[in-house]
Design a protein around this ligand. Structure first.
Ligand code: CTP
Ligand code: CA
Length: 226
């Protein structure tokens, strides 16, 4: 067992991580989704496991799986399923990392049979999905740490700080879209960490394993609330 533990920083801590894309069914053979690979979430899960934490990973369909055998994985497809699993686990958790790329909208009705091709145009009505981080933020207790992600294409810092506040995150990780070597399917990333007190930490472009370590270092810096 000692072989897997690179350090003991998070021994005794229970960690919930959401990761990967969600899939929102249109009909039995089609869905709406996004390009999230789940690589960042998997790297964070492994970093926590290697630091002695008990890790619970709620994992979207097709997302990358972590390496550590001790991590408990809860496979889900839709945002609703991800919300159900996450809210069942939430109460017992010390740290929650919302790394999933949750679809913001889902088809209003799921067709029970495959939709047949008809006219030249077609429209699918969508309804807003539950916001997992926001909903759990509302019931978060003082000792629980919530960590969020943001991916923006404009006014990056402003939007990230807005999400930090709105979703009651203790820290938000802004994924840099402008930087070469940072992004969805890649093995490298560049991030900025923003804290509630207004302070920030910026990383270089690094492998996602290294970024995960920087994120864990950031979490260790969050002041304890009583
Ligand atoms: N998130 C979530 N549930 C959702 C949408 C987002 O838990 N239904 C979480 C993400 O995992 C991430 C954070 O909220 O940690 C921010 O996600 P993002 O998509 O950037 O924010 P949104 O609030 O959906 O705003 P928008 O997409 O309009 O920028
Ligand atoms: Ca969104």
């Amino acid at each position: 067992i000692a072989h897997f533990h690179h350090n003991q920083d998070f021994v005794g801590k229970r960690v919930l991580i959401t990761s990967g894309p969600t899939q929102e069914a249109i009909d039995p053979v089609r869905f709406i989704s996004n390009h999230s690979s789940g690589k960042m979430g998997a790297a964070i899960a492994d970093a926590f496991a290697n630091s002695g934490a008990e890790v619970h990973l709620v994992l979207g369909a097709g997302a990358k799986k972590p390496k550590s055998p001790s991590i408990k994985i809860y496979p889900v497809k839709s945002a609703n399923e991800m919300y159900e699993e996450s809210s069942q686990l939430h109460e017992k958790m010390d740290i929650c990392v919302f790394a999933a790329a949750v679809a913001d909208y889902a088809p209003k009705n799921v067709a029970s049979e495959k939709i047949k091709k008809e006219g030249a145009d077609m429209t699918i009505a969508l309804v807003k999905n539950v916001d997992i981080a926001y909903s759990l933020g509302k019931i978060k207790r003082p000792h629980q740490l919530h960590i969020g992600f943001a991916l923006e294409t404009e006014n990056e810092v402003f939007h990230a700080k807005q999400k930090l506040e709105k979703k009651k995150f203790d820290m938000i990780i802004l994924n840099s879209m402008r930087q070469k070597g940072a992004g969805f399917q890649l093995d490298t990333n560049k991030v900025s960490l923003f804290f509630e007190d207004g302070s920030a930490i910026e990383s270089d472009v690094l492998p996602k394993e290294q970024i995960a370590k920087i994120i864990l270092e950031g979490i260790k810096k969050i002041p304890v609330k009583i």
